[in-house]
Design a protein around this ligand. Structure first.
Ligand SMILES: NC(=O)c1ccc[n+]([C@@H]2O[C@H](COP(=O)([O-])OP(=O)(O)OC[C@H]3O[C@@H](n4cnc5c(N)ncnc54)[C@H](OP(=O)(O)O)[C@@H]3O)[C@@H](O)[C@H]2O)c1
Length: 338
């Protein structure tokens, strides 16, 4: 295939480009080159999509498939205007943040309600909390379906993406924490659900979708698992035997200002229940039936750990600081014993 990746300089886009090169495809990546470099073997075309005409010259080349990861509505609109008539299949990487209901477990992409599109004066996510992120992705999904037609569009709503080159502080937190050993603060209940998708599995599925001309709207998530299985699996992937986990109640954590999901004082892959009960417990069956192949957790852990070791400066050190974790554990033991 002649494949055009709009992105390709970091994490998922780079993984798609890397695998496409390895599979023997003719790969072009269009980006500014600010976030990183494209993989060896891919052609890099420097463009700034803030310029509405940035992709016009690529239109004449013709591509079998496009993969776009943008969050900016105007970037998608201009890309579609320049390329849609010269492209066979369009994959848009969207997000489960498009959904309106984060509480109900087991929802399926085809019938779950989504947010309203972004207002006309909003072009992309705003501020540290990425306000309007989901709404912008909804707007872009619509543009893709309208301009490419439903039969040539693959809308792939990713859950948490994990694995090598992950620029976030989420999955890497648990790899680092379990590798460090000692008493580990495990949030909530062992049975709470967690869900994610390996970046390499997602990259492979996007390429499969392009080759098979897969159309439609899917959640890109692996099967949900319990948090106990996640933490045991991370430990096993690292070769850590018998990790010492102390499960701490949600309400106690919240009362000690331990935060959810991501960032300072946060425990990643942990969200308040029941409010966030739908976020990491979506129906993965449609994706699995449509070709998403999920590797063993231990492979994901090892790929993440190897990358973290090789690129320590690239790994964000977010999450609950070890000193704060120890203090919360001490207080929790005091309450339980007291
Ligand atoms: N990470 C997660 O857990 C998660 C979860 C759900 C969904 N998603 C979605 O998954 C996708 C992840 O994509 P990704 O990992 O490849 O990273 P990304 O951060 O979305 O990458 C953005 C890409 O677009 C390029 N870009 C940004 N501004 C540009 C501009 N003005 N002109 C041209 N290119 C521009 C960047 O390259 P340059 O900066 O070099 O130009 C980069 O390659 C996104 O769609 C995200 O919304 C992520």
């Amino acid at each position: 295939m002649r494949i055009l990746i709009l992105g390709g300089t970091r994490f998922l886009g780079r993984a798609v480009a890397q695998l496409a090169v390895r599979q023997g495809h003719d790969v072009t990546c269009a980006a500014r080159g600010v976030s990183g470099v494209v993989p060896t073997g891919a052609r890099f075309v420097p463009v700034d999509r803030d310029d509405p005409d940035a992709l016009v010259s690529l239109g004449g080349e013709g591509f079998d498939a496009v993969v776009d990861v943008t969050r900016q509505v105007s970037h998608a609109r201009h890309a579609l205007a320049a390329l849609a008539d010269h492209v066979g299949h369009w994959s848009f990487v969207s997000t489960i943040s498009v959904y309106a209901d984060n509480t109900t477990p087991g929802q399926t992409a085809t019938d779950a309600p989504v947010l309203a599109p972004a207002p006309p004066d909003v072009d992309g996510p705003v501020g540290a909390d990425h306000r309007w992120y989901g709404e912008c992705k909804v707007s872009i999904e619509r543009l893709v379906r309208e301009r490419m037609g439903v039969a040539r569009s693959f809308v792939c709503r990713a859950g948490l993406i994990v694995g090598a080159e992950d620029p976030s502080d989420r999955f890497p937190y648990w790899v680092r924490r379990l590798a460090a050993g000692g008493e580990v603060l495990a949030p909530g209940r062992p049975t709470d659900r967690v869900q994610f998708v390996d970046v390499a599995d997602l990259a492979a599925w996007l390429l499969h979708a392009a080759e098979a001309r897969l159309a439609g709207t899917y959640d890109a998530v692996g099967p949900a698992m319990s948090r106990a299985d996640l933490l045991a699996g991370v430990a096993a992937g690292l070769g850590v035997a018998d990790p010492v986990l102390t499960w701490v109640d949600q309400e106690f954590l919240l009362s000690r200002d331990v935060r959810e999901w991501s960032g300072e004082r946060a425990l990643p892959l942990w969200v308040r229940l029941p409010e966030g009960g739908g976020l990491m417990d979506r129906d993965a069956r449609p994706a699995l039936e449509a070709g998403l192949a999920v590797r063993p957790l231990s492979d994901t852990v090892r790929a993440t750990a190897s990358w973290m070791t090789a690129h320590p400066a690239a790994v964000r050190q977010g999450g609950l600081d070890p000193v704060d974790e120890a203090a919360v554990l001490r207080e929790w033991q005091a309450v339980r014993n007291g």
